[in-house]
Write a protein that binds this ligand. Structure first.
Ligand SMILES: Nc1ncnc2c1ncn2[C@@H]1O[C@H](COP(=O)(O)OP(=O)(O)OP(=O)(O)O)[C@@H](O)[C@H]1O
Length: 335
């Protein structure tokens, strides 16, 4: 009988979600990038879904930590514990070790930040670590041939950052990473209802509002949602009905920043590649691409075709997984 005690894995280590792909299998894990630790001993209590259940509901002995901020590792030790813990959830058996690990990172990452990712992956048990930039992984993940002498523009809207890139000949020709993503948008929703409606809501409620009734364009029939928060006048929890019109207003500044980033990249794109983008359109990936009407809003602003990828949340890990499966073929796209 043959036992294989090594695994090759691809990881989309995201600000909001971590996804793991195992060579020869598929995406085997998709969990929020959060860890609950004991406040005094710093021992890990829960990782992923279980830790998210505790978020904003903890007492003084438990702390929930998102170890990544703006797409990069902000808490090295916790990031390492998270990778180790999530790998344990998908490990075939106790003896299995990780041979190769491909990890995606934002395109604007510094050398120090790259080092932090490598070290975390190595400390979590990976013997060989390769890095790939997020927009490149997203492009591969949605099936684009990145090696062609043709320009493709990808906009990956994640939890911490929006990565905009024009890719051709296995390289990134133009890129921009802006620190606006789903978290910033949720925060804008919290601030909006606090300032304009005297209603204090938690970040998870803000995210639910964004996903359920948030939109980038006017709706034929505007929507309403009942939410719970603290009434800042009476000081007690209340149910309130909020409208999609208000949510859109809350999102406006952040969406304007994303549109401005796309326009800046287009202005810097060499004309031949710009012509390719005009023909092929701009592809949106990442969870933020699922915001209702974002493609339409961007289409109006940049006057180019804009499409949402089929599975925007898994595009990056799929591309990272494809690079892992074909390391030789993709060696030029690895960092
Ligand atoms: N329907 C939706 N509408 C708007 N935003 C959404 C929707 N579904 C998910 N999101 C947002 O997508 C974000 C997560 O996306 P994703 O998993 O691509 O990010 P990430 O890879 O963790 O982050 P980063 O790439 O910045 O490190 C969250 O902020 C989430 O709120």
């Amino acid at each position: 009988m043959f036992f294989n005690f090594t695994q090759d894995v691809a990881i989309d280590l995201g600000t909001a979600n971590t996804l793991i792909y195992i060579r020869g299998e598929d995406i085997v894990l998709n969990e929020p990038s959060i860890v609950a630790v004991d406040h005094s001993t710093r021992e890990v209590r829960e990782i992923g879904h279980e830790a998210l259940q505790m978020h904003e509901r903890t007492h003084k002995d438990i702390e929930t930590i998102w170890p990544l901020k703006d797409g990069v590792i902000a808490d090295f030790k916790v990031a390492e514990q998270m990778i180790r813990g999530l790998m344990q959830k998908v490990r075939r058996n106790w003896f299995t070790s990780i041979r190769s690990m491909v990890v995606c990172v934002p395109s604007g990452i510094t050398e120090v930040e790259k080092r932090a990712v490598r070290d975390s992956a190595e400390h979590a048990g990976a013997k060989r670590v390769h890095l790939i930039s997020e927009p490149m992984a997203a492009a591969i993940g949605i099936g684009l041939d990145v090696s062609e002498a043709v320009g493709n523009m990808v906009v990956d809207i994640g939890g911490g950052t929006t990565e905009i890139a024009v890719i051709a000949l296995s390289g990134i020709v133009i890129d921009e990473s802006i620190r606006v993503g789903g978290n910033e948008i949720d925060n804008a929703v919290v601030q909006y209802f606090k300032r304009n409606h005297n209603l204090l809501i938690g970040s998870r409620t803000a995210e639910r509002i964004k996903c359920e009734i948030g939109s980038a364009i006017e709706l034929d029939t505007e929507l309403e949602l009942s939410v719970r928060g603290r009434d800042l006048v009476s000081g007690i929890p209340k149910d309130r009905t909020i409208s999609s019109v208000n949510v859109r207003e809350a999102l406006r500044d952040n969406l304007d920043q994303i549109a401005a980033g796309v326009l800046r990249c287009l202005e810097r794109t060499p004309p031949e590649l710009g012509a390719d983008v005009l023909e092929r359109g701009i592809m949106l990936t990442g969870g933020g691409a699922m915001l209702h009407g974002l493609d339409e809003m961007l289409r109006d602003r940049v006057e180019l075709p804009v499409y949402v990828a089929e599975n925007p949340l898994t595009a990056v890990v799929r591309g990272t997984g494809t690079a892992l499966e074909n390391l030789e073929q993709y060696k030029r796209v690895l960092i």
